[in-house]
Design a protein around this ligand. Structure first.
Ligand code: AMP
Length: 284
């Protein structure tokens, strides 16, 4: 496994690999790797000749500089994990290399970016869309791997790839969960053990809603209420939002129809904000 710091070198290496007709799988991350990230890597390993993982804490997707400064960074531990998973290249550019002098070009996926997470994190998805565009342009992977954990990010990246004509196929990897059902996240480490236990209520509420739809409930107000009622049984949980929306457009819907429906939840446990989701009515 080789660690590459420079964008130029990454680009020329990727060019060489493409000339050799290697299938390139690319997993973008911000490091602090856990089993959720590693699932993406495993998927990439199965489907590709060459696996490239980027570790880049992207400044443009943070609203508060504090959050950016305190984001966990441990390249040594991350690199050791990635070597175990037979990754070929780890791309760790620094911010100056990605956002060079005179940087003024941003990618905004209108409409999808302002909803749900976008409402409480202005500019976040512009930062995500911009860095993914730069990384895709540098590497030009055959496959790009993203976690369903960040459902809105998935919708945005799929739209971006289609709109800008990238030849990268987006592969979405299901949410990896702790035993309790809590979706894996680097933020889980910041919870007290009591909060961490309490946070499993989110997944329980999503399972409730799945059962309700299987029983024939179609009204989305009713479905959101089921999620709310379940989460409110947990005194440590503070709901930020519960959204029942079209999985592709993220538009609110009244009744479950033909298309897949995303039930997305954001809730705080103390200071820590967690997100989770489930897709109903998935087409097989
Ligand atoms: P991050 O480093 O937080 O930007 O995450 C990098 C990628 O890992 C994103 O595509 C996330 O959606 C994905 N990811 C994070 N947590 C999980 C999880 N629990 N299950 C599946 N994918 C995840």
């Amino acid at each position: 496994m080789e660690i590459i710091n420079r964008r130029q070198r990454m680009a020329s290496l990727a060019r060489k690999l493409r000339r050799e007709h290697k299938v390139i799988g690319f997993v973008p991350t911000m490091g602090a790797l856990h089993k959720g990230h590693l699932k993406l890597v495993q998927n990439a390993r199965q489907m590709s000749d060459i696996v490239i993982v980027s570790i880049f804490v992207n400044p443009t997707q943070f609203n508060e500089s504090d959050d950016f400064e305190t984001y966990p960074r441990d390249l040594t531990a991350d690199a050791a994990l990635l070597a175990e998973y037979n990754v070929d290249y780890v791309f760790t550019p620094d911010a100056k290399d990605i956002y060079g002098e005179n940087f003024s070009t941003y990618v905004t996926v209108d409409d999808l970016s302002e909803k749900l997470e976008g409402a409480s994190r202005p500019g976040h998805f512009r930062g995500v869309a911009t860095v993914v565009t730069i990384l895709f342009n540098t590497i030009r992977p055959d496959f790009g791997y993203f976690g369903q954990k960040d459902a809105q990010q998935v919708a945005i990246i799929k739209r971006l790839t289609q709109n800008l004509g990238f030849e990268t196929e987006i592969i979405v990897v299901p949410i990896v969960r702790e035993k309790s059902g809590l979706a894996m996240s680097s933020r889980n480490e910041l919870l007290t053990s009591e909060q961490r236990e309490a946070a499993s209520i989110i997944y329980k509420s999503l399972l409730e809603v799945e059962i309700a739809t299987e029983k024939g409930v179609r009204n989305t107000t009713k479905l959101a209420e089921i999620v709310r009622n379940e989460i409110e049984t947990e005194p440590l949980a503070n709901i930020d939002y519960i959204a029942v929306v079209d999985n592709k457009t993220l538009d609110p819907i009244e009744k479950i129809g033909e298309n897949p429906v995303l039930v997305a939840v954001a809730a705080r446990f103390g200071e820590i904000r967690l997100i989770d989701n489930i897709v109903l009515n998935k087409k097989q």
